[in-house]
Write a new protein. Structure first.
Length: 80
């Protein structure tokens, strides 16, 4: 099923309109997927032994957990 958002995205230029395409995909077409991407990104970070060891050593996992979550969210957020 093609939605109005899909139609708009298909009409946009990928180079010139990349911000609009990203916005539509993240907030209108697939809003459920962005939080899941954040959850998977955090899980992946914690699951890789080398990275989780570094995060533990630097205190990112034990002393600044909220900042770590917010930073990951920021990286996955769209540019408005």
């Amino acid at each position: 099923m093609i939605t109005a958002y899909d139609r708009e995205i298909l009409q946009l230029d990928p180079v010139k309109d990349h911000c609009r395409i990203t916005f539509l995909m993240a907030t209108c077409a697939y809003p459920f997927d962005i939080p899941r991407a954040l959850e998977l990104a955090l899980f992946r970070t914690y699951a890789v032994p080398r990275i989780s060891g570094l995060l533990r050593h630097t205190g990112e996992l034990t002393e600044r957990t909220r900042k770590r979550y917010d930073d990951t969210d920021l990286l996955l957020s769209i540019h408005k």
